[in-house]
Design a protein around this ligand. Sequence first.
Ligand SMILES: Nc1ncnc2c1ncn2[C@@H]1O[C@H](COP(=O)(O)OP(=O)(O)OP(=O)(O)O)[C@@H](O)[C@H]1O
Length: 728
Amino acid sequence: MPQGGVDYMTEAFDWTNGLKARMKSVFNIREFRLCQEGVCNANMDGRDIICIMPTGGGKSLTYQLPALLMTGCTLVISPLISLMTDQILHLREAKIEAVMLTSATRDSEKKQTIERLKALAERRSNPSTGEIKLIYVTPEKMSKDKSFRALLQKVDAAKKLARIVIDEAHCVSQLGHDFRKDYKELHLLRKIFPSVPIMALSATCGARVMKDLISILGLRDTVSGTDAPPQGTILFTSPLYRKNLHYRVVPKPESSKEHLEVMKTYILENHANETGIIYCLSKKDTETVAEQLREQSEGRIKTGVYHADVDPGTKERLHAAWREGKVKVVCATIAFGMGIDKGDVRFVLHHSKSLEGFYQESGRAGRDGKDSDCILYYRPQDASTMAATAARDTEGEDKLHAVLDFAEDLTTCRKVQFAEYFSHSSQLSVSSWSTSETGALDRCGHCDNCTRPAGSTENRDCTLAAWQLLKITQSVRQQGGKLTLTKLAALARGGKGAYDVSTKKGRRQEKETFTIDLDAVASGSVDMSKLDIEHLIVRLMTKRFFTEDYQQTAYSMNVYVAPGQAAARLNHQTRQTIEAGSASVKYQFDFIKPGSKAKKSKAAKPKTTDSGQPSKSTIPAKRKNLTIDSDLDDSPDDMYDSNSDNGGRTMLPVPNIDDDSDEGEFMDWSYSMRDDPKPKSQPPLPTPKKRLKITEPQTSKANYKTNKGVKINIIQEGDIEVVELSSD
Ligand SMILES: Nc1ncnc2c1ncn2[C@@H]1O[C@H](COP(=O)(O)OP(=O)(O)OP(=O)(O)O)[C@@H](O)[C@H]1O
């Protein structure tokens, strides 16, 4: 074996020919890509390895292929049952002896696997089953099952444990965004298997997280894979940018009905009979979206549903149907997809969440290297729903502002935005986004912002509008009122100009309606469309001119707009100073010009070949023009019912905590894509037998009594939760 200064990327080794032959015969892959060859070589050489490759980059091959050539079995620790199931299906198709042990594994299979491991430990061979080459387990299994660990130690003592692979290894670190406590227990591995090489795999692992990971797993410091000394953990990294993925932010319609129509049209016109994933925000939404897309397309869109509550048998059948192309579009929560290996996913549709989520989920598209769309549906009102979710996360505000900045940005290349964001949030080097062809901060040339037609946006000075919005907000708050983003936008445009203030009179909650004199308060109404004002408020929020004011009620987290730290800079100005251009601050933003149309983005994409290389021809444009109409100004000013008894507030749903986790599956917040609930009443006290429809997605049913003696009975009526109030 070469000693010191080994170049795992380019040198030829004893195993090189065997490795390549197996790659072709078993995996049907002709060429290594990215750093795969180096990782396989370091793997064959028994080194500890950290490998950072983008989602869909081909990490699995780097341990599965060497596993076939090495003696004994490779243990893979992986967080998702769905991921393992998918891997096992693939491996078995390729006639590789692969097994998994999870809570979903049938008892008979578990027993058989344990027997086979015992046979390995005792060096007994069983010609009918063959030697296990890969065994997949969850981190929970490793941390909690002592007898399993003891059995693995016996396998190791028999020199039959070839390697330990930790997939999604960034979950080890509390500094990362996906920390899982069972991963932390993996520090045991080096202690109980001191001589078994460890390989840590991840798609997003910044410097801080990597340092933590090295220390927790007991690895040596990292060394380069192109000049590797005999000691040290070999670090391999690949560019995180995948040029066949075309990112776009698409305006989301007001109602979920219209949104479904938009998705249906998009799929039928651009990806008829192609494979895609729609990430929904709750388990219920996955079912609704799947059913309605199927119905509205008259069966042309073949949908399936995946979330943590779907039983294992149904999941398995869905996987099989998806792989066989009987199901084309999977409507899923985040429980689906991490590691799902289907090459021809042509589109992934998302709802506003986090940038990490958007990047990771997008990674499930285009694994075969061909052009694929990653679409984020967004409207400014989402900011309120997302803020309600972010309120529960310590880093929530930064993440919220990052995704809002991303969605509101009409000019910066999406690739550059990702590079800048991840270099700050995860300390991933900006250079991780450069490729052999383009630098990290070069524009990709094919995202929505790169293909936006010249002249379709305009940069407007919004200083006066910002000042007016501030004055309106301050005036309403001085009266004890609070405004949501939509209500502020509606008020600022004039119209009825009324808002409600709730006050407590003794034991009673009373509501008073105030009118606002915009001439007196803000020297006039804001001269912009309602949608543009909403966009402006979101942008002013991320610039801290406004801030989120949270109010938790029994049913929901309400988010209001309040003056932020930066507002002071504009507070003392007057309309005259701003109009004269002598204000000390200036707020300028880009807006879509009214009537502008988005370019046919597919036509503008550099067409990529199977290997992901750009080809000379361009793709014929088959998608319809998408009109981005900034002047959606047809909503009546009294849309926000000032006579409603809640002061016109939009009651934002408490995000459904859709604990969409299988054993070992990630959990995340999710919130409904159903229509924002109409303004509705707070329960008045105490009113005999009053029925009040609550449209926010409550998941639990309950019966309880308030300390005022009001009985609250929450019942389910079809899709809607009904709250019955009655007094004793
Ligand atoms: N060298 C290659 N050439 C062509 N296809 C490849 C190559 N290597 C892997 N693939 C294919 O790329 C797809 C993605 O691979 P894989 O699932 O290993 O990605 P991954 O890096 O593990 O992604 P994730 O982070 O999402 O788990 C698979 O379909 C795989 O067969």
